[in-house]
Design a protein around this ligand. Sequence first.
Ligand code: FPP
Length: 249
Amino acid sequence: MMESLKDKILIERLPEHIAVIMDGNGRWAKQQGKMRIFGHQHGVDAVRNTTEACAELGVKYLTLYAFSTENWNRSSLEVDALMSLLTTALKNELKTLNDNNIRLNAIGDLKRLPKSQYDALMYAIDNTKNNTRMTLTLCLSYSSRWELTKMVKDIATEVKQGKIAPEQVDEALINNHLATAGMPDPDLLIRTSGEERISNYLLWQIAYSELYFTKKYWPDFSKEDLYEAIVDYQSRERRFGKTSEQIKK
Ligand code: FPP
């Protein structure tokens, strides 16, 4: 058998939460003289491979940036195609999610989704809610500034209603008012396609995440590429503001 980077992964130091910015579908398609949507279609295969690889390894949370608040500004042709891809994928992959004991979750301004996408999403979330092996979170109509604005509004409202005092606002309270409430922060953030930006993604949550950028376009991102990112992550020393000496003690 071919040697796999999987064998180099230390299971006891696995990232608990991996977040991904799936980028480069359009360029991948263009390279082949195809429509952008062709890239998104193949992007679904990479979603499946990555989800499967994470579950097999024992990663507890995988969070994917599937559609940003800003993506609503793309052509209606592309937005409609992405939306129909979403319902198809939810329908086709539901059994696989259940067979693999994976819970589906979604964060974002979900009310902006067309009704059929919203309903399909809620159905899949409800149908997988008792699964315990891994939580797969799709960020849909999501942006970090949307999430942070909502958090501030919600806390301000609770202060106004007298439910909390301003002095009680701390990091834990903020965490509890984010769309990711209850989830650990990402240990590792992966972005494909060679762009090295965060693009309004999980700004609060990635304060101490290790960032990993690869030139691969998302449709080409394979299990082996995920293993490579994890091996790289494990070669780093996470200090959380401490010195190297303090960590080693
Ligand atoms: C970024 O590539 C990708 C997106 C905006 C959409 C991601 C969607 C998928 C992977 C498929 C659908 C997902 C699910 C969960 C069903 P880009 O279009 O920005 O590529 P470019 O930067 O090369 O133009």
